[in-house]
Ligand binder design. Structure first.
Ligand SMILES: C[S@@+](CC[C@H](N)C(=O)[O-])C[C@H]1O[C@@H](n2cnc3c(N)ncnc32)[C@H](O)[C@@H]1O
Length: 442
C-alpha cells in the first residue's frame, strides 16, 4: 500500500519500535464483521457458525451478502470490529434519550438501538442530505420504533434540543487514517495539514453537542483516525473548556490500547487489535440530573377522516399496543409514529419523522414497507410465509402466485420468522410492494 511519506514519518515518531509491525498491518486484508439485531428473530443466524467478537455484545467476524435474507430483513448490520467499540463503550440503556450527531450511514445508530431495545428514543442526525437518505434506509431495515432521523447542522439542532440528551455519540468527521486499509481512496484526501483542519471542525461540533447534553449525561467522542490532534487533543480541550466533564475509564479488552498519555480512552491499532483504526473517549457530566424538565411537544394534526381510516386498518390488521406510547403525526398524506417526549421538530429538516406507518389514499389506508419490517409476525393478524425462491422473485419486483386459499387483503410477508413488509393478496396472487429503489436480482 502506497502511504504518504509524511504519514509514515509521523507514526514512526509516535510508535517507535512498534512502527514496523504497524506498517506490516497495511499488507493484511481489512477485517470484516457484522452485528446481529436483537429486535429480530435470529434463529437463522444462531444456527450458523460465525465466530463471535468477544468484546462485542452483538458482533461476529465475517461477511454477509447485501442480497441475503439476513441483510434485507435487517437481521444483521455489516460493521467492522473496531467500529463496534464505540456504541459498546457508550453505556446506553433502555429508556434513555440518545443523540447520534454524525450518524450516516448508521453503524453506530443501529448499534445504539440494540441497547435501547425500543424503549426511550434515538435522534439520529446527518448533515449531508444524500447520506441522510442512506441512513433512513438502514434505520428502517433495522425495524426500530423509537428513532427520528434528522438532516441538520449541529448548530440548528442545538437550538431545539437544549440540555436534552442523556447520551450523545459524536462520531466525528475525521482524517480517516484508520480506514486506509479498508478504503484506499481515503489516502488521497490525506495531507499533513488534514488532521489539524479536521480538529478545528471537530471542536466546533463538540461545542454544539455540549449545548444538547443534559446535566448528568455522557458524551462519547470517537474518530476512525489515529492522529493525536483529532483525538487526545480534543479530549484535553473538552476537559479544559468544560470543567463539569469528567473523563471516564473504558476497560481495554482483546488488543485495545490506551490513548497517548491518556490511559482512560481506547485506541484500536491494527497491529494489536483485529480490526481497523478507532479512537473512543467517554466523558460524563458531573452535574446532578434534572428529572422534570418541561418541553413543548409536537402536535398530532390527524383529521377525523384520517383517524377513522387508521383505526379501521389497525383493528383489522394489527395485534399490538406499542402505538399507545407515542404520538401519531401526519405529514401530507403520510402517517408517522413518534416516540414519546420529543420536542416540537417543526423547525428542523426531518428525514424520517419516526416510524412511517403508511399513506392515506382515497378512502383507505395503505401500510408502509417500514411498518411491515418493524412488526414481529405475532403482532400482525395475517401473515404469509414465503420461501427463499419466492423471496428472490419478490425482491426483484415480481408478483407471487400462491396456491393457498386465504381471503383478499393485506398480509405481512414473512421469511425465516421475520417480516418483509406488507403486501396485498388478491385472488391467489401477492402483488409486489417491495420498494422500487431497493429492488435487485441475483
Ligand atoms: C465518521 S462519519 C459517521 C459514521 C457513522 N457514525 C456510522 O457509524 O455509520 C462522520 C459523518 O459526519 C458528517 N459530517 C461532515 N461534516 C459535518 C459537520 N460539519 N457537522 C456534522 N456532521 C458532519 C459526515 O457527513 C459523515 O456522515
Amino acid at each position: 500500500m502506497d502511504l504518504p511519506v509524511e504519514f509514515l514519518d509521523k507514526y514512526k515518531n509516535i510508535l517507535g519500535n512498534e512502527f514496523e509491525e504497524f506498517l506490516k498491518s497495511f499488507d493484511r486484508e481489512a477485517v470484516s464483521g457484522f452485528r446481529i439485531n436483537p429486535l429480530k428473530n435470529l434463529s437463522s443466524i444462531e444456527s450458523s457458525d460465525y465466530e463471535a467478537i468477544s468484546e462485542s455484545s452483538f458482533g461476529y467476524y465475517g461477511k454477509i451478502s447485501g442480497k441475503s435474507v439476513e441483510h434485507v430483513c435487517g437481521l444483521i448490520y455489516s460493521q467492522e470490529p473496531a467500529a463496534q467499540v464505540v456504541a459498546e463503550s457508550a453505556g446506553v440503556q433502555s429508556g434513555m434519550k440518545v443523540l447520534d450527531l454524525c450518524a450516516a450511514p448508521g453503524g453506530k445508530s443501529t448499534h445504539l438501538l440494540s441497547f435501547l431495545g425500543n424503549e426511550g428514543l434515538l435522534v439520529s442526525n446527518e448533515i449531508s442530505h444524500k447520506r441522510s437518505k442512506i441512513l433512513v434506509e438502514n434505520i428502517e431495515r433495522f425495524g426500530a420504533r423509537n428513532v427520528v432521523v434528522l438532516n441538520e447542522s449541529p448548530k440548528r439542532l442545538a437550538k431545539v434540543f437544549t440540555q436534552y440528551f442523556d447520551a450523545i455519540i459524536l462520531d466525528a468527521p475525521c482524517s480517516g487514517e484508520g480506514m486506509f486499509r479498508k478504503d484506499s481512496d481515503a489516502i488521497q484526501y490525506w495531507s499533513p495539514d488534514y488532521p489539524q483542519n479536521c480538529a478545528n471542525l471537530q471542536r466546533e461540533i463538540v461545542e454544539e453537542a455540549m449545548k444538547m447534553l443534559a446535566p448528568g449525561g455522557s458524551l462519547i467522542y470517537s474518530t476512525c483516525t489515529w492522529s493525536e490532534e483529532e483525538n487526545e487533543d480534543i479530549v484535553k480541550w473538552i476537559l479544559e473548556n468544560y470543567p463539569n466533564m469528567k473523563l471516564m475509564n473504558i476497560p481495554k479488552i482483546n488488543g485495545q490500547s490506551e490513548g497517548i498519555d491518556m490511559p482512560e480512552v481506547v485506541r484500536c491499532w491494527p497491529h494489536h487489535f483485529l480490526g481497523e483504526g478507532q479512537f473512543v473517549a467517554k466523558l460524563n457530566d458531573r452535574r446532578d440530573k434534572v428529572t422534570d424538565k418541561k418541553i413543548k411537544v409536537g402536535k398530532s394534526k390527524l383529521t377525523n377522516e384520517q383517524k377513522k381510516l387508521w383505526d379501521e386498518f389497525y383493528k383489522k390488521n394489527l395485534l399490538t399496543d406499542f402505538l399507545s406510547a407515542g404520538i401519531l403525526q401526519v405529514f401530507g398524506d403520510n402517517l408517522y409514529f413518534l416516540p414519546e417526549g420529543l420536542p416540537d421538530l417543526s423547525k428542523l429538516k426531518i428525514a424520517r419523522n419516526g416510524l412511517h406507518l403508511g399513506v392515506f389514499k382515497k378512502n383507505r389506508f395503505e401500510p408502509s414497507f417500514a411498518l411491515g419490517l418493524a412488526l414481529r409476525p405475532e403482532e400482525v393478524e395475517r401473515t404469509l410465509e414465503i420461501n427463499e425462491e419466492q423471496f428472490r422473485k419478490y425482491v426483484a419486483g415480481e408478483t407471487l402466485t400462491i396456491g393457498e386459499c386465504i381471503s383478499n387483503g393485506w398480509v405481512q410477508l414473512v421469511i425465516n420468522g421475520n417480516g418483509l413488509g406488507f403486501a396485498k393478496f388478491v385472488n391467489g396472487v401477492v402483488k409486489n410492494y417491495f420498494p422500487k429503489g431497493l429492488r435487485f436480482s441475483y
